[in-house]
Ligand binder design. Structure first.
Ligand SMILES: *[C@@H]1O[C@H](CO)[C@@H](O)[C@H](O)[C@H]1NC(C)=O
Ligand SMILES: *[C@@H]1O[C@H](CO)[C@@H](O)[C@H](O)[C@H]1NC(C)=O
Ligand SMILES: *[C@@H]1O[C@H](CO)[C@@H](O)[C@H](O)[C@H]1NC(C)=O
Ligand SMILES: *[C@@H]1O[C@H](CO)[C@@H](O)[C@H](O)[C@H]1NC(C)=O
Ligand SMILES: *[C@@H]1O[C@H](CO)[C@@H](O)[C@H](O)[C@H]1NC(C)=O
Ligand SMILES: *[C@@H]1O[C@H](CO)[C@@H](O)[C@H](O)[C@H]1NC(C)=O
Ligand SMILES: *[C@@H]1O[C@H](CO)[C@@H](O)[C@H](O)[C@H]1NC(C)=O
Length: 925
């Protein structure tokens, strides 16, 4: 069944792919249409027949000849809803437009009235008042889920119908508001002023296919009370529209000017009074004398506070022929809006207006609580009609086979799937609907045992008759406190009916199950058999469980073993030592010379010194750091500091083994980490071969953050790393991350001069606040960690002269610009291909931006960051299962590829701190 379902679904998916391929993010459904076609504007229309059921009709309307308006799809006037479900990209904004041209399609001349909803939210009531006039509804929304459903329901008169359904994707931060997670923007007015024709401006003039109505259209109560002296002007010169909502150039090339000093209008706002989003679009398109000044104010009766700001287009837009877009994100308007733009007393010119847009905030209704369970259930029956109904299970009206409670966030109370040809076992989702009262599954071909319904304590009626259910009756049925009716006839059930069930006094019919018998008091024999079989079952279960536990234990052991490979056990560490756990082990120089074969193999170098590979007599591999900085001379301080280091043990910190100070040399000895630095893996030459996938990057981030958290919170006094960067994050054999070089900056600085205020760090990672104030806090590490997160997202280095565009050398500025405008795609590492979930990506991107806030007090603690990384990981792990097999898993290569040189890079090698870079950073945005 499932396989057959997939096969049948395939053409549908292909079709949807085809739709999105022609114009990214555009879907144009010709409802009731028969064929694909491209209209004169270049939009590709597709029939809706493959994604919805329902009747179609042809209509003829003399004033509307466009092909998409020659057909409609219509639905029965019943209490169901009829839904279109469309794929969208989450975290992306869209315009959805539905149009309705009645055209007397049903030869009834009864003007229909019905509701349209988006997901669980009631969108509007469609009222047809003229057979030949098109009704249109538009909504702007942020996609929060991978699909949206647009549904018609509640036919009050006539039959619900639809002419077109259009989806237009926005990019960048267009129509971003801080309310978008809880509100839609319902479009009320979008006016192109000064237009010389009645025709609206839309695609292709508007690449997003918004419809800009001409102000010359004569519509009842639309743009009346126009002030005398209002004049249309236009230009053919190009206009820079690359700002804000990017109004089309064609709209901005026309305007009205109030030659007498005022522009006035009155218009009706559908859906108001309400709170709305209202913006005006201005561009100076007149040739003004050098001495001329155009300054004006908006005047709204009864809203003096909105009348204060003065518009000076040329100044505000910083030039002529450029868009200036002032407005209000949240303003309260009446149904009839009268407004005036009036020139200020010192202005020589009257006001000018190119366009305006007013959208109403429409509260998003919370979906019903059981929606995810129903989604899981219906995904098993992709070909069945009942499973394709779409929309929220309960809202605004329930699906045909569902009843719901009347709570604001309803629960499902009844499921009616009688005679629906269901096969397989009883779907487990049904046993989790905890408000369920009635369940009808009779007359199907369900097989297997009756599941445990303890998750549905309110169940009163269960219809399971006329299926092929087998096995014994679960005793849990008797525990359902409200069970009144249980129908089991004509199945293949066996065993005995539990006496407690019989004693409950419910309506119980189990005829037609040849092997199912009532419990009988005299039937000792049966009892014994049951006893034996139950006993055997318990034994069997116990055996299985203990076997599974054993297996699991082994697995865990194996896992542990893997994780600890290459990690010295505590025993080993102290075996270097003078038993006193606190003191650092002091190696002799000759010991280290032997281990490194006279410093033969150099595996890294950086600002602090050169790193050599070594192997101790007991076989332990070590990294030997010979410090070059003469600031390590003070022997006492040096050994004090290193003894501090030797107390730090954490699985995400590189283990410090000991030191050596002889012959004027200062040497630190660490565990050797095999897979090199994160920097190499992100930016190194072998990246293609060893590229790490997103989930691995998240794990690395989590590991590194945990190491830092330990430094900040697990050590007394707490340790600030001061120099976090990808070259200080090392990867072990299992690609788990360990932070290195902690404590060294302090050592170097304090040992040198006792002036602790010398700024240390690496350009690109250095906290700008620390740089300016010289006050070091844990939040400086958080800043650097934020930069690392941005590198993990983008695969870019922190500083680049070429990759971030003009005037931008810094990953923070670059990423911030993209993330804040909603364009996260613009920064995601192409090497990740599609192997990530956009939600987890957003979570990390947003956190990274908070980490790099200019002020430490605004940054989170590293512990808070860990929580978000873990959330992102769990999102990602959920999504990964879904992706399995569809994309190539890059990390597999990295896990199995031959090991590169182990490397301890002390950083600072190719970056030096120069004043201009660090100073410019905090203010640049
Ligand atoms: C529309 O065009 C696509 C791609 O060419 C095709 O797969 C689909 O079958 C067409 N639909 C109709 C109804 O012609
Ligand atoms: C609509 O018109 C087409 C041809 O123009 C015809 O094939 C089709 O049967 C008509 N549909 C209805 C419902 O009348
Ligand atoms: C159906 O529409 C009518 C009027 O248009 C309205 O009063 C009623 O509440 C609606 N019913 C539902 C279930 O939305
Ligand atoms: C999307 O945005 C970019 C700039 O962010 C712009 O260049 C591009 O033209 C936009 N795409 C469309 C279809 O408008
Ligand atoms: C507008 O200006 C014109 C010419 O300057 C003038 O004739 C007319 O009376 C003015 N109208 C108003 C309402 O001020
Ligand atoms: C169940 O299957 C039969 C035979 O294939 C079919 O006639 C009937 O319409 C199906 N019922 C449903 C509800 O799908
Ligand atoms: C039990 O179900 C059978 C078959 O559906 C029916 O014939 C019989 O009348 C039912 N018995 C009771 C007591 O309802």
């Amino acid at each position: 069944m499932a396989n057959g379902g997939l096969l049948i679904l395939l053409p549908l998916l292909l079709l949807m792919d085809f739709i999105t391929a022609q114009m990214p993010g555009f879907v144009s459904l010709d409802c009731g249409g028969k064929e694909n076609f491209t209209d004169i504007t270049g939009l590709n229309w597709t029939p809706d027949s493959s994604i919805i059921e329902g009747e179609t009709a042809n209509i003829t309307v003399s004033n509307e000849l466009r092909e998409q308006y020659t057909t409609v799809r219509y639905f029965p006037a019943d209490d169901r809803k009829y839904c279109y479900t469309l794929n969208v990209v989450t975290r992306t904004r869209y315009l959805v437009r539905a149009t309705f041209l009645y055209g007397n399609f049903d030869n009834n001349n009864v003007y229909p009235k019905f509701d349209i909803s988006i997901g669980p939210t009631h969108w509007n009531t469609i009222v047809i008042s003229d057979a030949n006039t098109m009704e249109s509804q538009e909504l702007i929304f942020l996609a929060t889920e991978p699909t949206i459903s647009i549904c018609l329901s509640n036919a009050t008169t006539g039959q619900p119908f639809i002419s077109t359904l259009e989806l237009r994707q926005f990019n960048g931060s267009l129509y971003m508001t801080e309310f978008e997670n809880h509100y839609f923007l319902s479009v009320s007015a979008r006016i192109n002023f000064g237009s010389d024709s009645d025709a609206p401006v839309r695609y292709p003039d508007d690449p997003y296919d918004r419809i800009w109505q001409s102000d010359s259209v004569k519509k009842a109560n639309y743009l009346v009370d126009v002030a005398p002296g209002t004049e249309k002007i236009s230009t053919t010169l190009p206009i820079d529209v690359s700002n804000g909502e990017r109004p089309p150039e064609k709209v901005m090339q026309t305007a009205v000017v109030g030659r007498n000093g005022s522009l006035t209008y009155r218009l009706n706002l559908d859906g108001f009074p309400a709170f709305g989003w209202a913006f005006t679009y201005f561009a100076e398109i007149e040739d003004l004398a050098p001495s001329a000044v155009r300054k004006f104010r908006l005047v709204l009766p009864g809203a003096p506070e909105l009348s204060k700001p003065v518009v000076n287009i040329q100044e505000n837009a910083q030039g002529k022929y450029r868009v200036y877009e002032p407005g209000y994100y949240n303003v309260s308007f009446p149904f009839v809006l009268s407004f005036r733009f009036g020139k200020t007393s010192d202005s020589t010119e009257g006001p000018l207006l190119n366009a305006m847009e007013i959208n109403k905030y429409l509260r998003r209704t919370d979906g019903s609580l059981d929606a995810p369970l129903i989604a899981a259930l219906t995904s098993r029956y992709t070909t069945a009609n009942w499973a394709q109904e779409g929309g929220d299970p309960c809202l605004p009206v329930p699906r045909s086979w569902i009843s719901c409670s009347s709570d604001p966030q309803p629960r499902i109370t009844s499921i009616k799937l009688s005679n629906m040809n269901l096969t397989g076992g009883i779907p487990s989702e049904l046993t989790k609907l905890n408000g369920l009262v009635k369940l009808f599954l009779d007359g199907n071909s369900l097989n297997g045992p009756i599941p445990d319904f303890s998750g549905c304590p309110d169940l009163e009626t269960i219809h399971l008759e006329n299926n092929q259910l087998s096995g014994e009756l679960p005793s849990s049925l008797a525990n359902l406190p409200n069970l009144k009716e249980l129908y089991l006839q004509n199945n293949l059930l066996s065993g005995t009916v539990p006496s407690r069930l019989l004693d409950k006094g419910l309506t119980l019919n189990y005829t037609g199950n040849n092997n199912l018998h009532a419990y009988s008091n005299s039937g000792n024999h049966k009892n014994i058999i049951i006893g034996v079989s139950v006993g055997a079952a318990i034994l069997l279960i116990a055996t299985i469980v203990s076997w599974m536990l054993m297996k699991k234990g082994k697995k865990q052991q194996a896992k542990k073993g893997r994780l600890e490979l290459g990690l010295p056990s505590q025993k080993h560490v102290s075996s270097f030592g003078d038993a006193a756990a606190d003191a650092a082990h002091c190696f002799t120089l000759s010991e280290l010379e032997e281990a490194t074969k006279n410093f033969e193999r150099k595996v890294g170098s950086g600002g602090f010194g050169v790193v050599y590979y070594g192997k101790l007599n007991d076989g332990k591999e070590i990294a030997v750091k010979v410090l070059t900085n003469n600031s390590f001379q003070g022997k006492r301080e040096f050994s004090n500091e290193v003894s501090l280091l030797s107390r730090i043990h954490h699985r995400n910190l590189v283990q410090f083994f000991g030191y050596c100070q002889e012959d004027g040399k200062s040497i630190l000895v660490y565990e050797f980490i095999h897979k090199g630095t994160l920097k190499e893996h992100l930016h190194g030459p072998l990246i293609r071969e060893r590229g790490i996938n997103w989930i691995k990057r998240l794990e690395i981030a989590e590991d590194a953050a945990k190491g830092i958290e330990y430094l900040h919170t697990g050590c007394v006094p707490s340790i600030i790393h001061r120099d976090l960067k990808p070259s200080n994050v090392l990867l072990d054999k299992n690609m788990r991350a360990k932070v290195s070089d902690f404590g060294l900056s302090k050592l170097a600085v304090d040992g040198a001069s006792h002036v602790s205020s010398i700024v240390r760090g690496t350009v690109g990672y250095l906290d700008p606040e620390y740089y300016i104030s010289q006050q070091l806090t844990e939040k400086s590490d958080v800043y650097s960690f934020g930069v690392i997160l941005l590198e993990l997202i983008s695969g870019q280095e922190a500083i680049s002269n070429v990759n971030f565009g003009v005037n931008c050398r810094n990953i923070v500025q670059w990423a911030k610009l993209h993330i804040e405008s909603g364009n996260i795609q613009g920064i995601i590492d192409p090497a990740l291909r599609n192997g990530y979930d956009i939600q987890s990506m957003w979570k990390i991107a947003e956190k990274a931006l908070i980490c790099v806030q200019p002020h430490g007090s605004m940054r989170p603690s590293i512990s808070e960051v860990i929580k978000d990384i873990q959330d992102a990981l769990s999102i990602e792990k959920g999504a990964e299962a879904a992706r399995e097999g569809s994309s190539d898993d890059v990390s597999k290569h990295s896990l199995h590829s031959p090991t590169n040189l182990g490397l301890l890079d002390l950083g600072m090698s190719d970056h030096c701190l120069s004043i201009d870079e660090s100073i410019s950073r905090p203010s640049a945005r």
